[in-house]
Design a protein around this ligand. Structure first.
Ligand code: TXA
Ligand code: MG
Length: 534
């Protein structure tokens, strides 16, 4: 079959519309991934999607519309919470499942009595739906089982000769498929994580269940709520293993492997320069949007490089990270290797958030604790070389007779941001060495409470990051009471620190600690999640 290449232009959209009205199949860009579209209400056209993709016929398709008004005819009823979700997140990467109307053929719904609908935001996708004058069924535009395409080249590479046309819309801005939620049960249930996050859905809905297939593998005999979840997915040709370890542990492990060739690293951008084996990077460690955008491209790159095996750095699961984690785990067939060292969890958050309360609860459950503030007060942390350089920077009288006057050092170092930075530069190496010494002597899981965890680079030692948060007025009250500060002084301290969002953005788990007590059950759950049993 001849496959036309169409531009993202009114002319291209018109041609796509023409082909679709005639029962054709056309690959189009959307904000999530490229989709392979056909008229959702035309069974013969929909069948051609399944043929082109080699997709099992019981795997239902998502129906794409441009206006909420087009939804009503496709479903048997529209509950209020469905409309609330649509108003909040459409157009955008959210798919909502409801009981279908008779209008939707079983070819589209994969034989189910329900239909998944989404309203994409990508202008080209919207133009094509309008030109076709019909709702469009569109699964991801890959051959079944392969990574979803996020670029024109990958789409064309997979589908050339199998479809009527492919529209070139450049790279997809979200990079992972839409979030899929079903409203067919008693409680809304997340079936597939995506660009709209679990946290956002909870905020909009209140109640939300997470389908077991989101985080784990279905056990034999278990029925998939979303048929797509039962198939191996997103797999490049390379066999992937996900490595659970800190960045430092990951680097050490990967560099200790014999150089037999064929093994690749699938790692964060920052890690790349430290590994000796060839690597494909999938975004910065703490930029989960970028990871979502880049993951499928990185999986394709492994193929292009001819990788036979790849060792993937495990992504964090917060926010869009859950979608990245879900896709990578599926690509790996759920193979995970947990590195042998103790799990170190970085504990961060602004003053007054209640880190110590959380720490105490975790210590009671078996965590060891490294308290960096206490560590830096020990007389032996700074060696003589370090003290000399401090004296050169801040004045000889901060170390009369070679003995550090910490109070005087503090006064000079914290008078402005530049001095504080300089203090950090001079002391972080010594602090890091002290933390390493401590950690080396510890067995089970360890909490690392370090106010300057990221600035000192100690996050490289941490497998996970736990942020403790609380509303600013709660924190203000706590800091004033605890340290006897005036409101002005407490506010000044907050201004000198990182914003709460700085920590939350980097955290695998963020815990709101505004109440006085954390529940026992909550701490138990946190404990096993941090250890990696969650
Ligand atoms: O972002 C996206 O959603 C992309 C773009 C093209 O819109 N489309 C996409 O479609 O990812 P697809 O077919 O690759 O994935 C749809 C997923 C499958 O896992 C499918 O089983 C599930 O949604 N699904 C569709 N209809 C369903 C239904 N009625 N009940 C349960 N799961 C359904
Ligand atoms: Mg797909």
């Amino acid at each position: 079959m001849m496959t036309e290449i169409l531009n993202c232009s009114p002319k291209g959209a018109a041609r796509a519309g023409e082909l679709l009205r005639a029962g054709g199949v056309v690959a189009i860009p959307t904000e999530t991934v490229y989709g392979l579209a056909a008229d959702a209400l035309n069974p013969a056209a929909v069948k051609r999607i399944f043929e082109a993709k080699g997709r099992p016929g019981d795997n239902p398709l998502i129906v794409h519309i441009t206006e909420i008004e087009q939804w009503g005819p496709l479903v048997s009823s529209l509950p209020a919470e469905a409309l609330r979700l649509a108003e909040r997140f459409w157009p955008g990467p959210l798919t909502i499942i409801l009981p279908k109307s008779r209008l939707v053929p079983y070819e589209t719904s994969g034989g189910l009595e329900t239909v998944a609908v989404r309203c994409p935001s990508h202008p080209a996708a919207r133009a094509v739906i309008e030109a076709a004058g019909a709702p469009l069924a569109a699964p991801s535009a890959n051959v079944s089982g392969r990574p979803s395409p996020t670029t024109f080249a990958h789409t064309y590479g997979d589908l050339k000769g199998r479809v009527d046309a492919v529209m070139d819309g450049g790279d997809c801005p979200v990079g992972v498929e839409s979030t899929v939620i079903t409203l067919c049960g008693d409680v809304p249930r997340l079936l597939r994580p995506g660009g709209v996050t679990e946290e956002e859905l909870r905020a909009a809905l209140g109640e939300l269940e997470i389908d077991p297939a989101v985080l784990g593998e279905l056990r034999p005999g278990e029925r998939a709520a979303s048929p797509g979840m039962k198939y191996k997915h997103y797999a490049p040709r390379a066999q992937i293993e996900v490595i659970d370890g800190s960045p430092e542990e990951y680097i050490e492990y990967v560099n200790s492997l014999p150089e037999t060739g064929g093994i690749y690293a699938l790692c964060f951008d920052e890690t790349r320069e430290h590994v000796k084996i060839p690597a494909a990077a999938y975004g910065p460690r703490f930029d989960r949007q970028a990871q979502a955008r880049e993951l499928f491209g990185a999986l394709h790159r492994l193929d292009e490089l001819g990788a036979e095996r790849a060792l993937a750095q495990m992504p964090g699961r917060a926010g869009v990270g859950l979608a990245v984690y879900n896709r990578l785990m599926r690509a790996a067939g759920f193979r995970v290797r947990s590195l042998p060292g103790p799990v170190i969890v970085g504990l961060v958050g602004p003053s007054g958030a209640g880190k110590s309360t959380v720490a105490a609860g975790l210590v009671k459950r078996g965590f060891g604790l490294i308290d960096c503030d206490a560590l830096t007060r020990r007389p032996d942390v700074y060696d003589s070389g370090c003290i000399e350089s401090l004296a050169r920077a801040f004045g000889g009288d901060i170390a009369p007779g070679g003995v550090l006057d910490r109070r005087e050092l503090g006064r000079r170092a914290f008078r402005d941001k530049e001095s504080a930075k300089l203090l950090g530069r001079l002391t972080f190496p010594a602090i890091t060495r002290a933390v390493r010494r401590e950690a080396a002597g510890m067995r089970g899981p360890v909490l690392l409470d370090a106010p300057t965890l990221f600035e000192a680079g100690l996050d490289g030692m941490c497998r996970r990051i736990l942020a403790v948060t609380a509303p600013e007025d709660v924190r203000l009250g706590r800091v004033m009471a605890r340290d006897g500060l005036s409101e002005a002084a407490a506010r000044a301290r907050f201004r000198a620190q990182q914003q709460e969002s700085f920590y939350v953005q980097r955290a695998d788990i963020s815990l709101d600690n505004s109440g006085v007590f954390l529940t026992k059950a909550g701490l138990d759950r946190l404990y096993s999640e941090l250890k990696g049993e969650g």
